[in-house]
Design a protein around this ligand. Structure first.
Ligand code: GFB
Length: 316
């Protein structure tokens, strides 16, 4: 187990994942959780990151910062997704190595795997084929992050580990209709359609693509579990092992937010990867499983969204 009294740096604490990790650490009784906003520290800047690590001396690091977005943001801003993430991963891993951080967890993404990987996707599928073009830049940066952790472990003996989550959702998500991911976008679109009394709601793509969704509080729990119990070179998939079609997801959001309204599929929008469901046997073998079902997680996320809309804190 990692020391609950030692300083822990959560890089990216304002994001969906980082805010969930901070909540989890607080519940777990960590007494010294370090965070810094991007206005005070540009994580792409090695000398600034080095200076910050020299001053703060964290013992543990959760590297969950990055430029993120849904299929549209990824495919229209590939240079930003590649550059920002490559730099952030490089600066933080190097700074953590330089000051002798005891353990670092790096968070990747299931888009690292080949577009047509066998399903469910095992960790060994990495680099076995071409990537999905809509998120190639992001995926390449994420693969580089895994390799940074592996090589720093091999060359220097650093205890740096990697977790690969499936598609995430939950409180604190980005509900931007163009830039965000499917689940928050659908929640917002159905919500606005109900308020406007629309008779149909737009869903991108054919609806046939399949995705797996993990509640971000489960991910945060898995990250702490891995920090406490895992110290190996290989990355670990984090998911539920259960997927559904985008049509089924849209129907579930409709039933929750605006029952009975029609769905209108916009096939001019890309589907992206046809199917993406993770093989989670490595993680379940270690003793961890997710606890939030999708319907339950959707309901609590919708509740969070309406409360955040009311108090003006939702990211749209
Ligand atoms: O969530 P999403 O953007 O992520 O899209 P990806 C998932 C699927 O939902 C795609 C469809 O088939 C979309 O066409 N979809 C339907 C929508 N309606 C919507 C909508 O209103 N908004 C969005 N965004 N999608 C991302 C990657 O891929 O997943 C990232 O681009 C990252 O690199 C992330 O890995 C986890 O699963 O397609």
């Amino acid at each position: 187990m990692i020391d609950r009294q030692a300083p822990v740096f959560v890089a990216g604490h304002r994001g969906l994942v980082g805010s969930a990790v901070v909540r989890r650490l607080q519940v777990e009784g960590f007494t010294d959780v370090q965070t810094v906003g991007r206005e005070a520290l540009d994580l792409r800047d090695q000398s600034a990151v080095d200076a910050w690590f020299d001053a703060q001396r964290p013992h543990y690091v959760f590297l969950v910062a990055g430029t993120v977005g849904g299929i549209h943001a990824n495919s229209t801003r590939p240079a930003e997704f590649l550059y920002d993430n490559l730099m952030i991963h490089g600066t933080v891993v190097q700074a953590a190595h330089r000051i002798g951080v005891e353990k670092l967890l790096y968070l990747g993404s299931s888009c690292i795997y080949p577009r047509l990987a066998d399903q469910p996707i095992t960790e060994e599928a990495l680099l076995g084929g071409p990537l999905e073009p809509t998120n190639e830049g992001y995926a390449l940066a994420k693969i580089a992050g895994i390799k940074l952790c592996e090589t720093y472990r091999r060359q220097y003996g650093d205890d740096f580990i990697s977790a690969m989550p499936t598609n995430l959702y939950g409180p604190g998500d980005n509900f931007d209709l163009e830039g965000g991911h499917v689940l928050p976008a659908l929640i917002r679109r159905f919500h606005e359609a109900r308020k406007a009394g629309l008779t149909e709601v737009e869903v991108w793509g054919t609806g046939e693509a399949r995705r797996e969704f993990l509640h971000v509080d489960d991910l945060a729990d898995a990250c702490l579990f891995l920090m406490d119990h895992y110290s190996e070179a290989g990355h670990v998939n984090v998911g539920t092992g259960v997927d559904l079609t985008i049509r089924e997801l849209a129907e579930a959001v409709r039933d929750l937010v605006y029952p009975g309204v029609d769905l209108a599929f916009d096939i001019s929008r890309p589907d992206g990867v046809p199917r993406k469901v993770l093989d989670i046997s490595r993680l379940t073998g270690l003793g961890w499983t997710a606890s939030t079902g999708l319907i339950e997680g959707l309901a609590s996320t919708y509740e969070w969204f309406t409360a955040a809309l009311a108090d003006g804190t939702v990211r749209t």
